[in-house]
Design a protein. Structure first.
Length: 537
């Protein structure tokens, strides 16, 4: 067992190693019969296992990966947190079990086969990450999926799920003020569970999510001088108002804001020459060098940074499924009330915008489609079932909130956390995610989509007296153009290495500029990133 930067805790015949940050740690501490000496979150996990056995994992929430050895039962238990914020890998080689939060550490063992997993590579070439929670680029090394426990005992290895995201009936309160009051209470608790001593950083755009996070953090610490924001914005590649709105929020809250021009962070023209190596192919390799420089500057300002992802997905506007669900239940009074809510919350300006959109002719040819890029070898695509895998993307059976629930059933979240870990290592600092605290996340998803998810009405109401009106009125702003396309328009496309190792996966002659550039260039980046990674193998 090996965990990066981790300590080891012992309790009689038990020992544990890993990286752990628990939510509601004091509630857990008070519920344990003999936890007086458990000062670290890692030690709390050990005491919880001693008290409750394997069911201890049901009481844990937060960001963690760890391995626990029980010498009495002669068993190893390895656990990954519920959303997969921390990584956990394992491999079995010649009767030896390797467990770590580092894929490189496992690969450093000579006995581990180096075979590649073609299914993972096919996923990477089309969507930029593996679609299966348990696969890695190495066929003989597996991930422990989020919310799963790996147990090895008596020569047997089992992996079981210990938690499932379940949103049953929507929450209803008679007093409308309770919706936002309860939300703010939960966000405040999540922030306080994640606060470090000293300064705290906020990755802050001029949008609603990150500015709300900044406002709630200031309220939680009680001192604006402890909070610093970092706002990335474009000066050259495209029109961008993030600096304007970010500055507006920072002045209103009284916090320091560092503005960082992102034009030269999007793409490093010398990325191939940098000699950077990653355990798996990654889209972020083309921006890794400037990203490392930024990460070191952020670490100098604060050891912990808050990331505001969560509300966009949890508050997906599942209007039509919610209406259909109410009809299926013959809840006519409920449907009538929701329709009135929708008319009220949308307001005159919202209905005018809807009418204007309806008057604009729809051109089907402008819609983005998902498919296998033309440059992926057709035999390879058939062999790994790429068309079928892509067709199954995004499906969710949830009856009234399918888009929201489906988004958190996607492997894109662990892939995002993997990308963020590069910055953590370069800083070094730690990302924390208050909106992904399960108390906050499940609350947002349990609210009726109408009215609370319309334009993130929940956040706007909660921040009515805490943020400038201009930010509260601002709609989510899509990028005017893809910044990477703008960079390539200035500098030209990168070149492949010419290595024959790419040939089983990609037909180089079919890549842009020989084929038209897609609207989303990530799949082009993936082909170049895989080529670079294979050369370094």
């Amino acid at each position: 067992m090996e965990f990066d930067g981790a300590t080891v805790e012992r309790l009689g015949p038990l020992q544990i190693v890993g990286n752990v940050r628990l939510d509601a740690r004091w509630d857990l501490w008070r519920s344990l019969p003999n936890a007086g000496g458990a000062h670290s979150d890692l030690a709390l996990c050990l005491h919880a296992y001693a008290a409750w056995g394997e069911s201890f994992v049901d009481r844990l929430s937060g960001d963690f990966c760890f391995a626990l050895w029980d010498d009495t039962r002669r068993c190893l238990i390895a656990v990954r947190d519920r959303l997969g914020i921390r990584p956990l890998f394992h491999a079995s080689v010649g009767g030896e079990v390797l467990v770590s939060d580092s894929l490189d550490w496992i690969m450093a063992h000579d006995a581990v086969p180096t075979d590649l997993d073609d299914v993972w590579i096919g996923d990477f070439l089309t969507v930029g990450f593996g679609l299966d929670f348990d696969r890695t680029v190495r066929r003989h090394i597996r991930r422990v999926p989020p919310a799963h426990l790996l147990k090895i005992a008596d020569g047997r290895e089992t992996v079981r799920r210990y938690w499932q995201l379940e949103i049953a009936e929507p929450l209803h309160f008679k007093d409308r003020r309770v919706y936002t009051e309860r939300f703010l209470e939960l966000v405040d608790t999540a922030i306080k569970d994640r606060l470090p001593p000293g300064r705290i950083g906020i990755s802050m755009s001029g949008g609603l999510d990150s500015t709300m996070l900044a406002a709630c953090t200031v309220a939680a610490v009680g001192d604006p001088a402890r909070v610093i924001g970092e706002c990335h914005h474009f000066e050259r590649l495209m029109p961008d108002e993030e600096a304007h709105f970010g500055t507006l929020a920072a002045r209103h809250l009284g916090i320091e804001l560092r503005l960082q021009a992102a034009d030269d962070l999007v793409y490093d023209s010398q990325w191939r020459e940098r000699g950077l190596r990653t355990a798996e192919p990654t889209l972020t390799i083309v921006q890794a060098h400037p990203g490392a420089t930024t990460a070191r500057a952020m670490a100098a300002d604060a050891g912990v940074w808050f990331f505001g992802e969560g509300p966009d997905n949890a508050l997906a506007f599942d209007r039509d499924p919610y209406f259909a669900w109410l009809v299926s239940r013959r809840d006519w009074w409920g449907l009538a009330g929701v329709l009135l809510d929708y008319v009220r919350v949308k307001g005159l300006s919202g209905w005018r915008a809807t009418v204007a959109r309806r008057l604009v002719p729809h051109h089907a040819g402008l819609s983005a489609t998902t498919g296998v890029p033309a440059w992926i070898d057709p035999d390879f695509a058939r062999r790994v079932g790429l068309p079928e895998r892509l067709q199954a993307l995004g499906a969710s059976a949830h009856p009234w909130h399918p888009q929201a629930v489906g988004s958190f059933e996607s492997a894109i979240w662990p892939a995002l956390f993997d990308d963020l870990r590069y910055a953590e290592a370069c800083g070094p600092f730690e990302w924390r995610h208050p909106f992904l605290d399960l108390r906050v996340l499940e609350y947002m998803m349990a609210l009726p989509p109408v009215p609370w998810a319309w334009r993130k009405h929940l956040l706007r109401k909660a921040m009515a007296d805490r943020l400038p009106p201009a930010i509260l009125a601002r709609d989510k702003t899509a990028l005017a153009r893809q910044p990477l396309l703008a960079v390539w328009g200035e500098q030209g496309l990168p070149s492949l290495s010419g290595s024959s190792r790419l040939a089983p996966y990609v037909t180089a002659a079919e890549l842009p500029p020989h084929q038209p550039m897609p609207a989303n260039p990530d799949c082009v980046v993936a082909a170049h990133a895989l080529d670079h990674w294979l050369v370094q193998e």
